[in-house]
Design a binder for this molecule. Structure first.
Ligand code: IYR
Length: 236
């Protein structure tokens, strides 16, 4: 195939209606591409979900940078259907811990998680105790905006919300890891209590709760293996 396109983009018509600008891109030598990709892989491969955090504080500007990075994610119709709520307030963190533990107690002790599910998470060694929700210096709750509420009160649909917010969450986690912070993708279930505690509007639904901080010194993590490339990639 040649590089010839019969339908140039943007068309003159399109560009007369919406702004476009030239995309700057510099090709890198293949060796450099490989080096950068390997380094990034090795760095990301060191990332682990952490369940015991140090209470050491983390500057707000670092959290801001991770959120800005997350918000570079592609999203359906560029709606950017996410809100990040970040708190280091101990009363709010305590309220979140108490509500999360109340829900999790039902999951673990009253069999709201069935036996198959409990068996699947057994190697992680989790239980209903969520002390880290009070000890980690920051809690960040990522909300998905199921729709937008315009200033006149009318609703406008968002598209591919879960996909978009999931990608933003991935970039958020990568940014935190790259700057030397640790987190956990925590989803206390159900999470509706986060709307009440954090006073979020009805169009927003909690997607994930991230305790953020430094790992507690000397902690262990489960020795989980990542799938081999040939299990996850098929090239034709
Ligand atoms: N939400 C519970 C249970 C749990 C579920 C999954 I899926 C995990 O990967 C880990 C835990 C909890 O947070 O303990």
């Amino acid at each position: 195939m040649s590089d010839h396109y019969e339908y140039p983009y943007p068309s003159t018509e399109l560009e007369s209606r919406y702004p476009f600008y030239p995309y700057e891109h510099q090709r890198l030598p293949e060796e450099i591409m490989k080096q950068r990709a390997s380094l990034f892989f090795e760095e990301m491969n060191q990332r682990r979900s952490i369940r015991m955090f140090s209470s050491d504080t983390v500057p707000t500007r670092l959290i801001e940078l991770a959120v800005r990075t997350a918000s570079t994610a592609p999203s359906g119709a560029h709606k950017q259907p996410w809100t990040f709520i970040a708190t280091q307030n101990s009363e709010i963190k305590r309220a979140i811990r108490e509500a999360a533990e109340e829900e999790e107690r039902k999951n673990y002790l009253e069999n709201r998680m069935n036996a198959d599910w409990q068996e699947a998470i057994a190697p992680l060694g989790t239980d209903y105790h969520k002390e880290f929700l009070e000890i980690a210096p920051w809690l960040v709750v990522l909300f998905e905006q199921r729709y937008e509420i315009a200033s006149d009160g009318s609703h406008r649909k968002n598209y591919y919300v879960k996909e978009s917010v999931g990608i933003a969450a991935g970039l958020f986690i990568a940014s935190l890891h790259r700057m030397g912070l640790a987190t956990l993708t925590h989803t206390p279930s159900p999470m509706k209590f986060l709307n009440q505690i954090l006073e979020r509007p009805v169009n927003e639904r909690p997607f994930c709760l991230f305790p953020i901080g430094y790992p507690l010194d000397g902690i262990k993590v489960p020795d989980l293996q990542r799938k081999e490339l040939d299990e996850i990639l098929h090239v034709f």
